[in-house]
Design a protein around this ligand. Structure first.
Ligand SMILES: [Zn+2]
Length: 174
């Protein structure tokens, strides 16, 4: 896996407490119903980036191409939707581990069809947004744990997921 860029190998939970100095996003205090709208609005932005010439080409060996980022975000929305449903449905669940770099290799992001990548992104974004839309009041504070022990609430999970998408929109200049 040494030829894979590793944009997500570090722990990004600090973005819940401060402005991201790379993409400028400030997700602190962002309400889940607003995130639902942002998630939906991200789909045409990613889709437009995939229509640009060279969307399947990595700008450098260490950076994913727009196509790979879109495929990643499509998967990420699905994983976060599943985690959110667990938080809402169970008391203090522990999430299954998600190795993002391993997923990129296993699903061969670079070889996927841009049309199918956008279709999948649209479907997983909508499903995640619907789950975000259903959250009410005290549900925002329900807790879940990542396998490394990091604790999330439903609200911080939503913020974390949105930062990931926004950061990659920044990465690809969308
Ligand atoms: Zn960022």
């Amino acid at each position: 896996m040494s030829d894979q860029p590793t944009p997500d190998s570090k722990d990004w939970t600090w973005v819940l407490d401060s402005v991201c100095d790379e993409c400028g996003q400030d997700v602190r205090g962002l309400e889940p119903h607003l995130i639902a709208g942002l998630v939906r609005d991200s789909v045409p932005r990613f889709a437009a980036a995939l229509r640009r010439p060279g969307a399947g080409t990595r700008p450098s060996p260490q950076a994913w191409s727009p196509l790979e980022y879109c495929a990643h975000v499509g998967d990420m929305y699905e994983v976060m939707d599943r985690r959110l449903e667990l938080i809402l449905g169970q008391d203090e669940p522990t999430f299954a581990n998600w190795d993002q770099d391993e997923a990129a290799v296993r699903h061969d992001y670079a070889a996927q069809s841009p049309r199918l990548v956008v279709e999948r992104l649209r479907a997983t974004a909508e499903s995640f947004a619907v789950t975000l839309d259903t959250m009410r009041g005290a549900q925002h504070e329900r807790k879940g744990f990542r396998s490394n022990g990091s604790v999330f609430t439903a609200a911080t999970l939503a913020r974390y997921a949105w930062h990931d998408a926004a950061h990659h929109l920044h990465d690809i200049g969308a």
